[in-house]
Design a protein around this ligand. Sequence first.
Ligand code: GUN
Ligand code: ZN
Length: 465
Amino acid sequence: MSTLHRGHIFHLTGTPTVQEAAEALVEIPDGALLVNDRGIIEWCGQYVDRPQLDGDSVALVDHGDAFLLPGFVDTHMHFPQVNSIDAYGGGQLLEWLTECIFPAEARFANEAFAVDAAKEFCHRLISAGTTTSLVFGSAFPVAQDALFSEYRRRGLRGVIGRGIQTVGPDAAKPLITSERDAIKLTRDEIEKWHPKSEEEAREALVFAAVVPRFSLSVTPETFAALGELYDHFRGQGVYFTSHLNENNRPGDGEIAAVLGSYEVETYLDTYDGRFLPGSKKGGKSLLGRRSVMAHCVHCQDSELERMAETQTSVAHCPTSQLFLGSGTMPWQRTIAAGVNVAAGTDLAAGDTWFIPDVLNAAFKVHISEIGEEAALHPAQLLHLGTVAGARALDLEDRIGNFDAGREADFVVIDPSAWEPLGNSLEWGLRSDDPVKRTHGRLFTVLMACNEVALTETYVRGKKLN
Ligand code: GUN
Ligand code: ZN
């Protein structure tokens, strides 16, 4: 049986770049999505133009005045930080990791604790309307099994990989393994959870990734071995993700420490197979169209060029960058370089689960950038939270918008459930110009939204709970 979802639709049609987002924006105030029994969108348009199907083969779900938007894609978040929102470390990234995060993540060695945490993690994703997520996992296989199983049980879409650490400070000791175990555990996880054939991959919602925590958590030996491992699995659609150029406190910040310890010209070189002194090649590259680098606040031009060339995406996490004082990823410079920029909460350095909060922060931090286009367009905000995420995960043929043939991942935003949003939409001034009115309305929906207003989350046509 098919289902016709009636509501106020916003999405970006086609496969626009962020610069093309405004032209791709579609608003259908009394719209409908026809979703077949396999969860595929068969049709999207005005309710009055709906295909005429006989009553026994289609169910109508009328969402009233609520908005239907593509499901949000969170391209960077940390499972073992599920209980660490707003943890005070008394400093920036490296202090926060040592004081708060490594000890919190060590607790995931306990299976019962991890099972509860996995349930909570998935519950929060569904409540936030995050239909697809790229997740930094735990170091511990029991915790990883709990998370992969819970994703499958709940019907969430995601990419998950165990956090790899082979060196680090004393506080990180429980998370550190030998070089050999790091590779074995990662290989075992991929073999256990990643789809085994193209056919399985087409049906799958959950995929595996190779995830070294960051260059300071591993060694040249680890990078060489991970390069071999990733080269082996790359063709099977396994992902790669890590952190890049997040904190540049002079002297002892993350970037200075990476450049100092590896003696490389750029931080990106360490992920690009050029992790030996002088950026000499020491192994295979980990970059590519299924690779996502989080933050990229302080990239050199050559790093942006290399990411664009390899189709490596950025997970942009402004709420986290504010929380840890990391600075602001230069929006205009990054997109002008041709790099795909998607949104990430970076939970729990980012202290929200809700992608519209990340979009809200992105608008605020980038409006003060010097340049011709000072403010992000509302369609660019939607792009950041939907299409760009689908592209970062190489899933753009399956999710990200409501074009026929895509899988029906969407959220329902009900303005009557959150008065500030409802009031602003009902009583706020709108332009007489229809195009400006569409832009203004989408802006309000994204900026004034609150998790309370997000009432339903669907993945591949199925309502999650
Ligand atoms: N760099 C290495 N580990 C982390 C982490 O857990 N969070 C953030 N924001 N940056 C990191
Ligand atoms: Zn992170």
